[in-house]
Design a protein around this ligand. Structure first.
Ligand SMILES: C[S@@+](CC[C@H](N)C(=O)[O-])C[C@H]1O[C@@H](n2cnc3c(N)ncnc32)[C@H](O)[C@@H]1O
Length: 236
């Protein structure tokens, strides 16, 4: 797992990231998160999906953020096997809720036993479906201004569209976190630079998203150099 995270980080040197993981992250990782991470690595070994879970340092950062802001009602867009979902559920109080959206139930079911073993499945409502249409349903279902925190980690070319709906759903002062906004460093490269085939298609949409967010006066925002780039937005 260490080597996967090292390949994934566009901003840390391998030595610095190894140091962060070994000194700060692995010793504090919840046992069920560790087991979920290992089960995911085993199930998807050798495939590109191997890289989809959020890195441990990012999950631990978000966990502290959730606790600091006393978040209770949360939303996750893009679940995969549930590493960020379980990290969020563990950070919420016992009456906290996380609505989790994904088109892939099979992947969610890989992580579900660990969510159950951690005793936090009662906080999770999994909704199978396309994120954008579920977001519209939530808006139509009168859930506006009710979410404290939203984590976005699904289709990278839909982020601007998600943003419009998410802003309606979030309360003032709420936080939305967008994952992968540095996209393996490609957002800072030129089109002709060498990059993997899986990186190219989403480079431009993410550059556009980053520009859009920087000029959106409805939020305060910052791109953090955590993991593959994490943009935090606070609704003003
Ligand atoms: C990067 S993974 C999420 C990783 C997850 N946050 C974690 O920590 O393990 C992206 C997920 O988004 C889902 N996804 C992609 N497009 C989607 C869409 N249009 N609607 C809902 N889910 C989508 C994929 O099925 C995949 O599980």
């Amino acid at each position: 797992m260490t080597s996967i995270q090292l390949e994934k980080s566009p901003v840390q040197t391998p030595a610095t990231l190894k140091y962060i993981l070994e000194t700060s992250c692995y010793p504090k990782e919840h046992e069920q998160l560790k087991q979920l991470r290992e089960a995911t690595a085993h199930k998807f070994e050798g495939s590109w999906e191997h890289f989809m879970s959020v890195p441990i340092d990012e999950a631990q950062f978000l966990s502290i953020l959730l606790k600091t802001m006393n978040a209770k009602k949360t939303l996750e867009i893009g679940v995969f096997t549930g590493y960020s979902l379980l990290a969020t559920a563990l950070a919420l109080p016992s009456d906290g809720k996380i609505t989790a959206i994904d088109v892939d139930r099979e992947a969610y079911e890989v992580g579900l036993p660990f969510i159950e073993k951690a005793g936090v499945e009662h906080k999770v409502e999994f909704i199978l479906g396309d994120a954008l249409s579920v977001l519209h349903d939530l808006v139509d279902g009168k859930q506006e201004e009710s979410f404290d925190y939203v984590f976005v980690d699904a289709a990278k070319d839909q982020y601007i569209k998600y943003h419009e709906q998410v802003l309606k759903l979030m309360r003032k002062g709420g936080i939305v976190a967008y994952d992968n906004t540095l996209w393996a460093g490609s957002v800072a490269m030129s089109e002709d630079d060498e990059m993997g085939d899986h990186i190219k298609p989403y480079r431009k949409p993410l550059i556009e998203f980053n520009k859009f967010i920087a000029s959106d006066s409805r939020i305060e925002s910052i791109i953090l150099s955590v993991g593959d780039g994490l943009t935090l937005c606070r609704k003003v």
